[in-house]
Ligand binder design. Structure first.
Ligand code: GRE
Ligand code: ZN
Length: 325
């Protein structure tokens, strides 16, 4: 399919590049190049495989793993200015998601506003919880101090992409001796799905009913488990035990969107489409951790209707991000 739009596509700047090294294995040299490069290899791969536009975002965990708030604010600004420069160079090929210093909710709201209003970005991408003040601290965004930030995000009308990161060492007891589960094979999804459920259960979407959150990797496992998450043992009819008013499924279907990033498996995509509706699923790659060629060859031939392919590959993103292409 020509004209695809992809939206979990990462780049790095020198201060954040090192965060991706553990994921580079024996190909770090090439991964490093693909992260720093925006206008060369990336663009050639896009041309070759029918990707018209990438919405770019910083690598992970980057800003969220900088416990010094002032430094987090400065590096986020640096990353966003670098991204804006890439967007200016090729406005028909690159759009952008803001990196945000969530360590300081007020500064995060101000930076998001600057990125949207002055730099023309179409949303934010944040890598899970933030370490604030100490590397051992993990702060999640259902906390009450983030409500004004979410109000700003809702008022700006831009989606918030909740991107994975690994749990902190204090939270990885369950993976001890089984490090293979850290990262994209399991822990990223578990960490991110729980964060999304925290946002839902907290009642955030009752307060901000128009707020839209994007999850990658076809929903980090949530679509497959959604029925059970809302299950309350049938005959017992227990009321749910969180502050939010509605079922988890209700918020998932009204406030969430999913991308195919790093999950190029047709039965999983069809399952996600069935749970959330085809209008809330979007094609993505997860460049450079995943490959544009593999993602495109899979998606272009996946056994779905051509009407659905057009929605997922392009039209849903144009609508959600109000893209002018
Ligand atoms: C990602 O950004 O989704 C990612 C990483 C590192 C390894 C794999 C992966 O940041 O999908
Ligand atoms: Zn990613």
């Amino acid at each position: 399919m020509q004209g695809k739009i992809a939206l979990e596509e990462h780049f790095a700047i020198p201060p954040t590049l090192g965060d991706s090294k553990v994921f580079g294995g024996n190909v770090w040299q090439e991964l490093e190049h693909r992260l720093i490069d925006v206008q060369d290899t990336r663009l050639r791969e896009m041309d070759k495989h029918g990707v018209e536009l990438m919405i770019l975002s910083l690598n992970a965990p980057a800003i969220q793993a900088i416990p010094d708030t002032k430094e987090a604010i400065a590096i986020a600004r640096q990353a966003n200015d670098a991204l804006a420069e890439h967007m200016r160079k090729r406005p028909t090929r690159f759009a952008g998601f803001a990196a945000l210093p969530m360590q300081d909710p007020e500064a995060a709201a101000a930076e998001l506003t600057r990125c949207v209003k002055e730099l023309g970005m179409v949303g934010a991408l944040v890598n899970g919880f933030s370490q604030i003040g100490s590397p051992d601290n993990a702060t999640y965004y259902d906390a009450p101090q983030y409500r004004p930030f979410w109000k700003t995000c809702e008022a700006l009308g831009v989606p918030f992409y909740l991107h994975p990161r690994n749990p902190l060492p204090v939270g990885t007891k369950i993976y001890e001796g089984h490090n293979w589960m850290l990262g994209p094979n399991w822990a990223f999804a578990a960490e991110t799905a729980v964060h999304a459920l925290r946002l839902i259960g907290s009642g955030l979407f009752d307060e901000c009913p128009k707020l839209q959150v994007v999850l990658g990797h076809l929903g980090e496992g949530i679509p497959a488990l959604l029925w059970r998450i809302d299950g309350r043992n049938g005959w017992m009819q227990e009321p749910h035990r969180y502050p939010a008013k509605q079922s988890v499924g209700h918020y998932f279907r009204n406030n969430f969107h999913l991308t195919t990033s790093g999950n190029f498996h047709t039965p999983s995509m069809i399952g996600a489409m069935t749970e959330i509706g085809v209008d809330r699923v979007m094609f993505s790659i997860d460049w450079p951790f995943e490959d544009t060629c593999q993602a495109s060859q899979w998606f272009d031939k996946a056994e779905i209707s051509e009407a659905d392919r057009k929605k997922i590959g392009r039209d849903n993103a144009i609508k959600l991000f109000k893209l002018k292409i």
